[in-house]
Design a protein. Sequence first.
Length: 316
Amino acid sequence: MPRRTHLPPELPPRFSVADAVRLGVSPSRLSRRDIRRPFHGVRATDGVPGASLLDACLDYAPRLAPWQFFSHETALSLIGAPTPEWPYHPAVHVSAHRPSREPRTAGVTGHRLQIRDPALLILPSGLPVEHPVRAWRQTGTLWGLHDLIAAADFLVSDRGRRPIASIADLTGEIESMGDVRGGILRAALAHVRGGVRSPRETSLRLLLVGAGLPEPHINWTLLDHRGLPAAELDLAYPRWCVAPEYDGRVHAENPTQFARDADRWDLIRGLGWDHVRILNHHMRDDGRAAVRKVRDALMKAGWRPGAAPRVPLSFD
């Protein structure tokens, strides 16, 4: 058995083959089984590879040229934006502006973008990513309408901090660089709303509106009999006192939180509202059960079909 030689301490857990060779590491040492080869020209000594997109990007980072950066859906995912649901997995997209070259290697989708002033962000992980507004437009070539709306909702909502972008920013990017796929981005912007707390809210809202129900208010503050804030409703129909809410939990993992939520549901009902709890199984089969539950609650409260125009939410 060959004797294992230690790698130079200057090498980080992930490193390029070129850097290792410059430090005197032999090609044969870099082919040993204690070293991972996540991408061509990259080696890693941190054991089993991670399964997340962030792990893949960190693995690839030693190979990034100074003019290259993560873009498209990769950039959106790395900043925490919602992505299409499983089994979809965002790919590793790396771009460069002309005349520089994009990467061409297995496991990475390279893009050579037209000349523009860079607008990169450097994440806490040290990864350079495309500005989210630009990344959202780029992702218009990859995702469906609902997923683009959910990502834009994320970008324009505060979520306890200043929004990443505004609808005007997204509109300006389209006007500057053009729409894609026959206008899917402008179609998405027509349904983007600020203040959204989660992609589940977006999914339920789009489902209800697409089924011809009125558009609900987002994060409505419910007042008690004294006029004081009592609860924040994810989605609300104040005219009919109906509050749909998407609860995606399979079971009560946190009993304390579940008990707190149950008390909140009682409070909402005690103030005269119909709290319509939508669970995961209600969203199956194109969400027919969820639509039926909310429609029944609205009709019980006096709403009638035809009171709101049907808004198309499909895109070809």
